[in-house]
Design a protein around this ligand. Structure first.
Ligand SMILES: [Cu+2]
Length: 276
């Protein structure tokens, strides 16, 4: 039985290598997982939720067909007056409870995995604006805005509505912590291949993490209805080798340097020393 489910899920729901890092026409199921977190989500879906929901659907369909045939009017001139059956009532309460408990165990494990952020190698702050994303690398003192590229300006192989002018770069196999907030209305920072989605809320910082396991370009979108151009604030993440990341960081430090806010604090400290 499980083999049949495996085959069904492999045929329809596990993304094949052809389905890569962005949505595809007529796509069914998830994008290719690119992080351990997303792999766990896909496993939970393919080998826990899908078999259980398939089995329940088939069973209920069988009951309906069986009842339609067995209790059809032409064979049952006088309707049955049965209204209670203690055994069956206990069963249809207990069995669904057991199914939910079995599903809860891996589900909670997954939630805790997503919620516990390991020691971060890189921290990125993503700020949602109407209608673009602003990014900061607080440890590197760089920051930049990331706007969608218009359809007429797209280069070859750049996907429509998903390409941005300034992409995020992260090294492969490193824990990336993402701090997420917004400056005007609610947005949501979502990257399906990494299994990451968090609301961006003005005045509050949410956090999430991912560890990309393969290099490539990965696309996501704002996933909270945030106004008229909600569909036009995509997210592009380049996962690169450590060397490539170092090269990018060098350039970015020139191009995207933030004001050195630390210096103001030093002035205040010096003043305090003088006063004392
Ligand atoms: Cu938005």
């Amino acid at each position: 039985m499980t083999n049949i489910f495996k085959i069904i899920s492999l045929l329809f729901l596990t993304s094949s290598p052809v389905l890569a890092d962005q949505p595809k026409n007529w796509q069914l199921g998830f994008q290719d997982p690119a992080s351990t977190g997303m792999e766990s989500i896909v496993w939970f879906h393919d080998y826990m939720l899908l078999p259980v929901t398939t089995a329940i659907t088939v069973f209920v369909l069988f009951l309906i067909l069986y009842a339609c045939v067995k209790f059809r009017a032409s064979k049952n001139k006088v309707a049955s007056t049965t209204s209670h059956n203690a055994t069956i009532e206990v069963l249809w309460t207990l069995i669904p409870c057991l199914i939910l408990i079995v599903l809860a165990v891996p589900s909670f494990k997954l939630l805790y995995e997503q919620d516990t952020i390991p020691k971060a190698d890189i921290t990125i702050k993503a700020v949602g604006y109407q209608w673009y994303w602003g990014y900061e690398y607080p440890d590197e003192n760089i920051g930049f805005d990331s706007y969608m590229v218009d359809e007429k300006d797209l280069k070859a192989n750049q996907p429509r509505l998903l390409t941005v002018d300034n992409e995020i770069y992260v090294p492969v196999n490193k824990v990336v912590k993402v701090l997420i907030t917004a400056n005007d209305v609610l947005h949501a920072w979502a990257l399906p291949s990494f299994g990451v989605k968090r609301d961006a809320i003005p005045g509050r910082i949410n956090e999430t993490w991912f560890k990309a396991e393969k290099t490539g370009t990965f696309y996501g979108q704002c996933s909270e209805l945030c106004g008229i151009k909600h569909a036009f604030m995509p997210i592009t993440v380049n996962v690169v080798t450590e060397d490539e990341y170092a090269t990018w960081l060098n350039d970015a430090k020139q191009k995207f340097a933030l004001e050195d806010t630390g210096s103001n604090i030093k002035v205040v400290k010096n003043q305090i020393k003088k006063i004392n």
